[in-house]
Design a binder for this molecule. Structure first.
Ligand code: TMP
Ligand code: ASP
Length: 244
């Protein structure tokens, strides 16, 4: 299928979103080389990052679809862009944690690296000007971000994504510590996985060395950001070639 890029509709921190000429139900998403952290207080350009995140997201979304998780993915366009279904996005960042790290470890004064007995699902309100604050289920309902049924379905979906993603990375000798997903509704009101899944949106630790292979390398000035994203892609490509 051939797609023609239309006007730019939105520019986010990591992607630019365009319309597609003559099509009302899809979007053109370009992955940027920009890396940001701490609500964009820290910004850097990393040549080739967009390409790696686009490839990694494509493989993961094909794998999700192959395993019964509906996603917005339609087709890849070149090396840094995707055609996706147009969704009505729910203003939630849904985080799933298997090992305590990052903001929740800090909040409770617990050392990073504590494995959790069961996965923890958390909601954050997607709102840059408020700094994406933590939000309870009831707060999400109060703001009418989603219906009670949708909140319950989102949690079920997030846990299914966690099971599948943990297995995907385990085969690559990578521990899935935590990740963030975003969800939207399609034209019939069904909830779908949107946005991206990449080392920008996950914590990934090498199973043998515990080395960080994700955006914490940038957040914490650990260096070798691109090399680690490349290594994640190399391992995924090698172990899951059916989804390349
Ligand atoms: P946190 O520990 O900082 O709350 O992050 C949890 C997970 O969510 C981690 O894998 C990184 C990801 N994340 C994003 O994708 N975007 C964000 O804006 C933040 C704060 C975290
Ligand atoms: N994505 C957020 C930002 O761009 C925060 C983060 O990932 O640390 O600032």
């Amino acid at each position: 299928m051939s797609w023609e890029k239309g006007e730019q509709l939105y520019e986010g921190k990591a992607k630019r979103i365009f319309s597609v000429k003559g099509k009302n139900d899809v979007l053109w998403q370009d992955f940027k080389d920009q890396l940001t952290a701490f609500n964009a207080q820290k910004v850097e350009q990393l040549s080739g990052k967009g390409l790696l995140n686009c490839k990694i997201t494509t493989l993961i979304f094909k794998y999700m679809q192959g395993n019964g998780v509906p996603t917005h993915f339609v087709e890849s366009i070149g090396e840094t862009a995707l055609i996706t279904k147009k969704l009505d996005m729910i203003a939630l960042e849904v985080v799933v944690r298997n090992v305590l790290a990052g903001s929740t470890a800090k909040k409770f004064g617990i050392e990073e690296g504590k494995p959790l007995e069961k996965p923890l699902v958390e909601f954050y309100y997607k709102n840059d000007s408020l700094g994406d604050p933590f939000m309870s289920d009831d707060q999400a309902l109060m703001l009418k971000l989603a219906s009670p049924k949708e909140i319950s379905d989102i949690k079920i979906l997030a846990l299914k994504v966690n099971d599948l993603l943990s297995e995907l990375f385990k085969a690559c000798d990578i521990r899935l510590v935590d990740f963030k997903i975003e969800i939207g509704r399609d034209a019939s009101g069904h909830i779908l996985l949107g946005d991206e899944i990449s080392p920008d949106s996950c914590r990934l630790w090498d199973m043998k060395t515990s080395e960080k292979m994700d955006k914490d390398r940038f957040r914490r000035d650990l260096g070798q950001v691109k090399e680690m994203y490349q290594e994640v892609w190399n391992r995924l490509q090698k172990n899951w070639s059916q989804y390349v």
